[in-house]
Design a protein around this ligand. Structure first.
Ligand code: NDP
Length: 358
């Protein structure tokens, strides 16, 4: 089978490509530059022509993926801006939403009879809303983060950077009309140009036979395989991890987020392709809640390693407080996923990052 992976140069996507190749799929990756494509060609050279790349410079342009989707059996759409630094919310929301719409529209027009499934990499940030202090809430696939969208509606550019990113993930996955005041190029009242993934599926249900799956991970950790020429090029979910193990950021026992290993996210992307009943489902792929202190405790867990002798210890044994808990039981039951332990993930990630010369 042939699988298209968009944004193939990203932290998570490189692992997805690797797992697809190991599982004997043919892979076509989209990248934004030849340099990124050649890096991947070299990384996957043992697979020869089983891996190819095509350049899609701007996924916001109409028809951006028209050529790329031709002849594919499935599509895994991962490309989306991931940072908390946007000034105008449009900077991040527009490429996220238009990229998702464009992959679906190209699939609709040029997907062909072989196309069975489109998988969109969403986020637990499309699910989680703030939990009042001192309380705990368990989130499932039924929940949607509309809070971040309201924040943007009310505050516009002054909303916190993380809410701009979080809103981009809800909007790309679910689609809500209100926010499109920011997006001139999307006509909210025109059903030929619906707002995002699940809505697109509803509106166009009669026109094709493939289905949609979304994968919703929390903060993704794990050893990076993608090109990181300098520390600034490290992706957003590894940045605070790196800062805490190098002592630049003080560890706190308060909940930082939930986490999952990048290899489990990649494995989920394989399993949804081979599990018929996964069609039409969202899947939370989360190992557990964590604090930055948990990272330090895991780095120093037995057996201890010389490599980590300079990593701070923080305050081991501090009381951990977790308010946001993700329910991954659907992924465990339907996909048979088991999660890598925090000790293995943290040590592997730390070894990888500390061995680099920046
Ligand atoms: P990376 O930043 O490493 O990867 C992002 C990918 O998207 C890169 O291939 C990047 O291309 C591409 N991309 C970014 N902006 C654009 C754009 N405007 N047009 C085209 N391509 C673009 O991050 P991750 O691998 O961590 O994230 C991948 C996906 O996973 C994203 O959809 C993110 O929202 C989602 N996700 C990530 C989590 C995490 O903790 N890492 C958690 C939950 C979801 P280029 O290499 O050229 O910059």
């Amino acid at each position: 089978s042939k699988i298209l992976v968009t944004g193939a140069s990203g932290f998570i996507a490189v692992w997805i490509v690797k797992y697809l190749l190991q599982n004997h799929f043919m892979v076509r990756g989209t990248v934004r530059s030849e340099e990124k494509g050649e890096y991947l060609k070299e990384l996957f050279k043992e697979y020869g022509s089983q891996f190819e790349y095509v350049i899609v410079e701007d996924m916001s342009v109409d028809g951006a993926f028209d050529e790329a989707v031709k002849g594919m059996d499935a599509i895994e759409h991962t490309a989306s801006p991931f940072h908390f630094l946007a000034d105008n919310p449009d900077e991040i929301i527009k490429p996220a939403v238009l990229g998702t719409l464009n992959i679906l529209e190209s699939a609709l027009k040029f997907g062909g009879v072989s196309l069975k499934r489109v998988v969109v990499l969403s986020s637990t940030y499309a699910i989680i809303e703030p939990v009042p202090e001192g309380q705990q809430r368990i989130f499932t696939e039924k929940d949607w983060n509309e809070f971040s969208i309201k924040e943007i509606e009310e505050k516009g550019k002054d909303a916190a950077g993380h809410h701009k990113y979080k809103a981009s993930k809800t909007l790309a996955e679910k689609g809500l009309y209100i926010l499109f005041i920011f997006i001139d190029s999307v006509d909210n009242n025109n059903n030929n140009r619906p707002s995002a993934a699940w809505k697109f599926m509803k509106v166009n249900a009669e026109k094709f036979s493939w289905d949609l799956v979304t994968i919703n991970p929390p903060f993704v950790l794990g050893p990076p395989l993608h090109d990181i020429p300098n520390i600034a090029g490290i992706n957003t979910s590894l940045m605070d991890f790196y800062r805490v193990i190098t002592g630049e950021l003080k560890a706190s026992p308060l909940q930082y987020d939930n986490w999952v290993d990048v290899r489990d996210v990649a494995e989920a992307h394989i399993r949804v392709l081979t599990t018929d009943k996964a069609g039409g489902e969202r899947f939370i792929i989360a190992a557990s809640p964590y604090s930055l202190q948990d990272i330090l405790d895991a780095v120093h867990s037995e057996p201890s390693e010389e490599t980590f002798s300079n990593v701070p210890r923080g305050s081991p044994g501090a009381d951990m407080v977790y308010s946001v808990v993700m329910d991954s039981s659907k992924a465990k039951n339907m996909l048979g996923l088991k999660f890598i332990t925090i000790d293995k993930t943290v040590k592997g990630t730390a070894r990888n990052l500390l061995s680099r010369q920046w």
